[in-house]
Design a protein around this ligand. Structure first.
Ligand code: ADP
Length: 499
């Protein structure tokens, strides 16, 4: 593996190019500040060129039979399998999470490429009976056109694959702006797609920041669809920006995910699930468990065990053996997470452990924050309502199953939820009544598989889903086809038929 500091370029129409004004930005290892790469800071002009390239490549790509597009994705998956370890190591340096998790991130991209590759030979439509004789009625999918893909830093290759793989299999071309904190792994995905045979101009990459490059994609008149994962505030800005042209916008935004621990739960399982869901990826997953709603009969025991488990976690560089939790992504996030200490105190919650930056030894060189557990949190407290996106979780005490469900649903978000219980009736009620896009039974709030829809209700999105066949609905337009072989002009709803 080579991760020497390198200077990278945009990819436009198959050519590697600098930004139009030569400006650049740096990417550093969040665990120790080491410089990893220098990237073009793209301008509106760069975006214009990228969109023109995507449009230019569109007709040829959409007319390539979908099974052949699928073979390119399949080949990309095969290449990624071979490079998995190198990619995971490079991702840990760029993004910070531990190696086991970056391996999982790469695996998710592999899974998605294989899965969407297979869609090249499925992509089912419907064939339905016609109400008229000698007439056929069916539906098929058309690509939408040029897709603008804007991605966050927490899953540096998985999330880009969730966007690019379905967009491509459906016959769209893409202008891709990766997160400014993790452009290296996004680039690796695109390099692999090219190696697998992706034609020039089908995916174009403009590196840079949201306010200029991202905004230019969102507002470009020749971009047909925006697919975005990131913060709720940015999702709202994108929705407004895209409204002028009535672009289709698919959003996957924040969460305030909940684990319910019922009184009959297997507490060993529950605690393990809580610790993994709350502190894995330093709490920087959209599905991280930031609220733990616990029945009063087991509250003290769960609180004691979660605190002990949090304190036993080892912080460090994600490449070091024995590290459980890596850094958070950048100074801005560290400041944001830190600001919730005073907010939690003002809300009257009890800080049970953590609540501060970790600065022992080498940790001082990176953005490390101690796994943090708040106790006796009111369901309405800001730390129980706002997405913190760090290794911070809030314990909330309830006295019944019904109260637990009500508290769980009392948030503006609706991504992931879970319940630990041995009662099958309660498990089914929870599956029905938890108003989230994902619910786990006897597991934490993370661990989605790519063959099912991923996304949430309420403020988590706008009704679309990544992954699974649901993703095909984002990247295609339905077309209804009527084929009349009667030799007459027949009129649906009007002709009187005699049989
Ligand atoms: P975070 O950095 O907290 O994950 P953001 O939602 O700000 O959340 O960033 C996610 C992605 O959205 C990044 O690629 C970022 O550059 C991009 N982005 C930020 N602001 C805008 C914007 N106004 N328009 C388009 N893209 C944006």
């Amino acid at each position: 593996m080579t991760v020497a500091t390198a200077t990278y370029k945009n990819l436009i129409g198959g050519e590697w190019v600098d930004s139009s004004d030569g400006a650049t930005f740096e990417v550093k290892d969040p665990a120790n500040g080491e410089l990893l790469g220098v990237f073009p800071e793209s301008t509106r002009e760069d975006v214009d060129r990228a969109v023109a390239a995507a449009r230019g490549a569109y007709d040829k790509w959409r007319l390539m039979p979908a099974p052949h597009r699928g073979e390119i994705l399949y080949k990309a998956a095969e290449i990624m399998v071979e490079r998995k370890e190198d990619l995971a190591r490079e991702m840990t340096r760029e993004m910070g999470k531990v190696l086991a998790e970056t391996r999982g991130d790469v695996q998710e991209a592999i899974d998605m490429l294989y899965y969407m590759g297979g869609e090249g030979r499925r992509m089912f439509g419907e064939v339905v009976p016609s109400e008229l004789p000698d007439k056929m009625a069916l539906s098929t999918r058309l690509p939408v056109g040029v897709v603008g893909a804007i991605t966050p830093w927490n899953f540096p290759i998985a999330i880009p694959s969730w966007k690019l793989a379905p967009a491509l299999i459906c016959g769209n071309t893409v202008v891709f702006k990766p997160a400014e904190d993790t452009p290296i792994l996004s680039l690796r995905l695109v390099e692999i797609l090219i190696e697998a045979g992706l034609p020039k101009g089908v995916v174009n990459v403009v590196f840079g920041h949201g306010a200029v490059a991202g905004d230019a994609i969102v507002k470009h008149a020749d971009v047909d669809l925006i697919t975005f994962t990131g913060s709720t505030a940015t999702g709202k800005a994108i929705t407004k920006g895209a409204a002028e042209d009535l672009k289709r916008v698919s959003l996957e935004l924040g969460g305030k995910n909940v684990i319910i621990v019922h009184e009959d739960a297997d507490l060993d399982l529950a605690v393990e699930g809580i610790v993994w869901s709350a502190f894995g990826t330093s709490g920087q997953r959209c599905t991280a468990a930031s609220r733990i709603v616990i029945h009063e009969k087991v509250y003290d025991e769960v609180a004691k065990r979660v605190v002990a488990a949090a304190e036993a976690l080892t912080l460090g560089h994600g490449l070091e053996d024995g590290t459980d939790v890596g850094p958070v992504i950048n100074q801005k996030q560290l400041d944001r997470i830190s600001s919730y200490r005073a907010i939690g105190e003002a809300d009257g919650a009890t800080l049970l452990t953590g609540g501060e930056r970790a600065t022992e030894g080498d940790l001082a060189d990176g953005f490390f924050y101690k796994p943090t557990v708040w106790g006796n949190v009111s369901p309405k407290a800001r730390i129980a309502q706002e997405e913190i996106f760090g290794p911070v979780t809030a314990l909330i005490k309830v006295s019944s199953f019904d109260e637990a469900i009500a508290v769980a649903n009392d948030t503006t978000y609706g991504l992931s939820s879970s319940i630990f219980t041995k009662d099958v009736n309660l498990a089914f009620k929870a599956m029905r009544d938890l108003y989230t896009g994902i619910t786990y039974i006897n597991a934490g709030t993370t661990g989605a598989e790519i063959q099912l829809p991923f996304g949430g209700t309420k403020g988590t999105g706008n009704g679309h889903r990544d992954a699974g066949t649901a993703a095909l609905d984002v990247y295609t337009e339905w077309k209804a086809l009527y084929i009349d072989f009667s030799g007459k002009i027949q009129k649906a709803q009007i002709d009187e038929l005699t049989f």
